[in-house]
Design a protein around this ligand. Structure first.
Ligand code: PMT
Length: 226
């Protein structure tokens, strides 16, 4: 049955994976397809929210009825998140954000050095968008949701990450070369800063998205009840 429990809210979702350019032809990236974030955007729109989707390099069609902003790097994503979050009731960071970027962008393609030499790539830290928006809420009562992509000790790492990032909810999922990234299905545990722990069994990414919105709805107080 159709539900409009997000009517009157503005929600922001990030999706995909950032790409950090090394030179005009190469980048550091990750395996995110954007499917989990797009599922969050589609389900929120279906439940009546105004949705802004910040898409980092996802090769997926723009969902109908959703404002889509396309970005490339973590720095660009940060700018877009801060701007969109200004009047948002909830922000969900499903994007896989690079923690580091090359310190220098080479304006020309990096060449092989002699017969055996190889260049060293120096990295610098990227901004931690989730930690920043959690610490500096754009408006009181705004709900901030993060994801944690873990390969081992999933729950323990998730609990520690929730505390470190300062968000309200953290969706912990296990990832690997063929696990979660790019697939149609996912399983996760939704952790709350209030101690709540909601396991969501393996199933379509839409089903997990709907469970995440259920947890958001329980906590959100819409700013504009129009
Ligand atoms: O896109 P799919 O193929 O469908 O795959 C879905 C997914 C695995 C990408 C998704 O479910 C997921 O787990 N997304 C978060 C990936 C991630 O970057 O996890 P993390 O544990 O490295 O980061 C923790 C949280 O901090 C995330 O909400 C991330 O968006 C955020 N972050 C991370 C680094 C950074 N510099 N800034 C951030 O805001």
């Amino acid at each position: 049955a159709a539900t409009t429990d997000l009517a009157g809210t503005h929600v922001v979702v990030s999706a995909g994976g950032t790409r950090e350019p090394l030179d005009p032809v190469r980048f550091l990236g990750n395996r995110s397809s954007g499917k989990q974030g797009y599922a969050l955007a589609r389900t929120a729109a279906a439940r009546g929210a105004r949705v802004t989707l910040l898409s980092a390099n996802a090769e997926l069609p723009d969902p109908a009825g959703v404002d889509v902003v396309h970005v490339g790097t973590a720095v660009q994503l940060r700018e877009a998140v801060v701007k969109a979050a200004a009047d948002a009731d909830a922000v969900v960071m499903a994007a896989a954000v690079a923690d580091f970027r090359p310190a220098v962008y080479a304006p020309g393609k990096i060449k092989k050095q002699g017969d055996s030499g190889a260049p060293t790539v120096e990295l610098v830290r990227n901004p931690d968008i989730l930690a920043e928006i959690s610490a500096e809420r754009a408006r009181p009562g705004q709900i901030v949701v993060g994801f944690a992509a873990e390969t081992d000790d999933v729950l323990a790492n998730g609990r520690a990450k929730l505390a470190r990032k300062g968000c309200d909810l953290l969706v912990v999922n296990e990832v690997g070369e063929r696990k979660t990234f790019g697939s149609e299905e996912n399983e996760a545990v939704i952790l709350g800063s209030d101690g709540a722990e909601t396991p969501v069994p393996y199933g379509p990414k839409e089903a997990l998205a709907d469970r995440i919105w259920d947890e958001v709805v329980r906590r959100v107080t819409p700013a504009h009840a129009d």
